[in-house]
Every structure is written in C-alpha cells, then in structure tokens.
Design a protein around this ligand. Structure first.
Ligand SMILES: Cc1cc2nc3c(=O)[nH]c(=O)nc-3n(C[C@H](O)[C@H](O)[C@H](O)COP(=O)(O)OP(=O)(O)OC[C@H]3O[C@@H](n4cnc5c(N)ncnc54)[C@H](O)[C@@H]3O)c2cc1C
Length: 311
C-alpha cells in the first residue's frame, strides 16, 4: 500500500461494489482484457495450462477456483466439486506442483461453521490422500474467528492444510499465538475494505506488523509462505532466511498471477522457492476489484482501454 494506494483503495473498492460498475467491467471487452491479466481463464483446463507454463519456468503453483459468499447449498456444493477436481488435476499432472487455495465463504461459511465444514471436510480428506496442500484464504475481518475455527478442525484431521494471516489486522499479533504448533501460515498484508479500528491504515504500520509477524512465525517454527510483492519485505526475508541453516525448507515466496512476473522469475532463477497463486473461473469480478484497488495504475489502464474502445 503506497500513499496513492492507501488514499484511492477505499474509494475504488466502494465504487466497484456498485452493480453498474460490475456491469461495465464484466460486460465490456476492456474490462475482460484487464481481468485476464490477473486471472488465468474461466476453466480448470486454462488454469492447468498456466500452471504448466509457470512450472516450466521453475515456479510452483496454487489454484484458486474463484468465488465467495455463495448464497445456496447448491452453489457451495458446486464449489466443493470444483476444488475436488482441481486437487485431482494437480495430483494427476506429474509436471506440475499445484496446491489449492479455498475461500470458506464459497463453501457455506455464511450459513454456519458446520455447513462449511461439511463441504470442506471431503476436500481436506482428498488433500491428505493425494498428498497435496490446501490453503485457506483469510477474508474480511468478520470471518476471522470462524475461519480459524474451521482451520483448527481441519488441521486436527490433516497437516496438509494451512491458513492465511493478514498483517493489516491488529488482532493478528495475538492470533498467531493460538495457531496449532508448526502449522503452515501464509502471511499477507490484507486486501479488504476494513474499518480503521480493526486494521492498521498506514503502509509503514502494515509493513512493520508484517515483519514482526514473520519473525514470530519463524521463531515458533511454522512453515511460512511470504505472500507479498513488496521488494523491501522480500529483501528482509531473504537476508534473514539465508542466515538459517535449512531456512528455505520452511519458507517460500508467493505472488499473484500476473503481478510482478519479473520478480517471480528473478527469485526463481536465483534458486529461491516461489509459488504463484493462479485464480480461475467465471466469478472473477470481486477478485479483480481487489487487484485494481491495490494499484490505481490498473484502474487507469482499464479506463484508457474503455475510452479507446468507445472512441
Ligand atoms: C499468494 C497470495 C495470496 C494472498 N491471499 C490473501 C488472502 O488470503 N487474504 C487477503 O486478504 N489477501 C490476500 N492476498 C493479497 C494481499 O493481502 C495484498 O493485498 C496483495 O498481495 C498486495 O500487497 P503486497 O503485499 O504485494 O504489497 P503492496 O505494498 O500492496 O505492493 C507492493 C508492490 O507490489 C506490486 N503490486 C501489488 N499489488 C499489485 C497489483 N494488484 N497489480 C500490480 N502490481 C501490484 C506493486 O509494484 C507494489 O508497489 C494474497 C496475496 C498473495 C501474493
């Protein structure tokens, strides 16, 4: 979050939540053109093709079947089936190291923890059987307690499950002490529009929290996924982990599909473990709005395309 981002981010996220904004982006060619810089396609086959291409360049991958806040049991069931298919495709492809990442509101968390667990449990079981990793995304702050509860249940069943923790959330500094010992944690800054009393709003505070959380997680012997494109944080992690014997067996860099491809390739070429998060599916709009809000230049790119197309 640079200065311009922290000023524009709430505005972009608010404007993007209007139905007309959604129609303008999803129903026009410029909108789709911007979206497919960040989304690998609408099908699992397209996501696997992207995974193969990344793998050929030495990058690991993680598939995210897009969707969140489903409203019916049928939609949650469809999401579960999509994730089971993604797990199977990753396990069947010998040429790809593909994990999956799920959002619990896509599996029924808005209904109840039990409804969500009924859909998540088969995914956890399948991940164990196929020896694949399943990460749980962290969504907006109202879901944190329930997400941690589902994660704790899942981790009791299988250690193939990990959880995302957000450094912008003030509560994360306490949350990391209640995680199961040694579990895998993806550390992110946080992407949602949140009230000022629950998050740090200044970039330097979010970054300082990130550095502190990383140090705590490392000291507590968690496996840590450093999920950021921030060059300063990446450099700090690199220096610190290089000094640890076997440090890189517990730490991995992670970045988003279409973001800082140069940095992804450079780190992989230098021998560091890097995994790329590959979103795919038809429900790409909310994901795209978060990527636009992170970098106002993405919005200008969309607007200039729109003007050019309609001119
Ligand atoms: C693998 C992965 C998984 C994630 N999972 C979650 C999750 O579960 N929950 C959650 O809340 N958030 C998640 N995020 C998003 C995260 O919270 C941030 O919003 C996002 O990564 C941008 O922050 P940053 O750490 O890259 O730092 P920033 O300070 O925002 O950005 C640092 C630099 O990265 C580049 N950059 C960052 N974002 C973009 C972009 N959209 N387009 C172009 N360039 C960009 C720019 O060069 C920028 O200067 C995830 C991120 C990654 C990489």
């Amino acid at each position: 979050m640079g200065l311009s981002t922290s000023v524009f981010r709430p505005t972009i996220l608010r404007v993007a939540s209007h139905p007309w904004a959604r129609r303008t982006v999803t129903g026009t060619r410029p909108g789709r053109r911007v979206a497919f810089r960040f989304v690998a396609g609408e099908t699992l086959a397209e996501a696997m093709a992207a995974a193969r291409e990344l793998h050929s360049r030495g990058l690991r991958t993680m598939l995210d079947h897009l969707g969140e806040h489903v409203e019916t049991p049928k939609q949650a069931l469809a999401a579960r089936e999509a994730y089971l298919s993604a797990l199977a495709a990753g396990a069947d492809a010998e040429d790809v190291d593909a994990a999956i990442s799920v959002k619990l509101t896509q599996l029924g968390l808005d209904v109840s923890v039990d409804a969500c667990w009924a859909n998540f449990e088969p995914i956890v079981q399948s991940a164990g059987e196929k020896d694949r990793l399943v990460m749980i995304d962290m969504e907006s702050h109202g879901y944190v307690d329930r997400t941690l509860e589902v994660f704790a249940r899942a981790y009791e069943r299988s250690q193939h499950v990990g959880i995302a923790i957000q450094s912008y959330l003030r509560r994360s500094e306490a949350d990391v002490f209640s995680l199961p010992e040694g579990c895998r944690v993806r550390l992110v800054k946080g992407a949602y529009l949140e009230p000022d009393d629950v998050v740090f709003t200044r970039k330097r505070d979010v970054d300082a929290s990130y550095a502190r959380l990383f140090a705590t997680l490392l000291a507590r012997e968690h496996a840590v996924d450093v999920a950021t494109h921030d060059p300063t944080l990446i450099e700090g992690v690199r220096t610190r982990v290089d000094a640890f014997e076997y440090g890189w067996s517990r730490v991995e860099f992670q970045m988003l599909y279409g973001v800082r491809r140069d940095l992804q390739s450079r780190l992989a070429a230098d021998g560091y473990p890097v995994r790329v998060y590959i979103p795919y599916g038809t429900e790409w709009y909310p994901y795209l709005t978060r990527r636009m809000a992170e970098r106002p230049a993405n919005v200008w790119f969309f607007i200039s395309n729109l003007v050019r197309t309609s001119g």
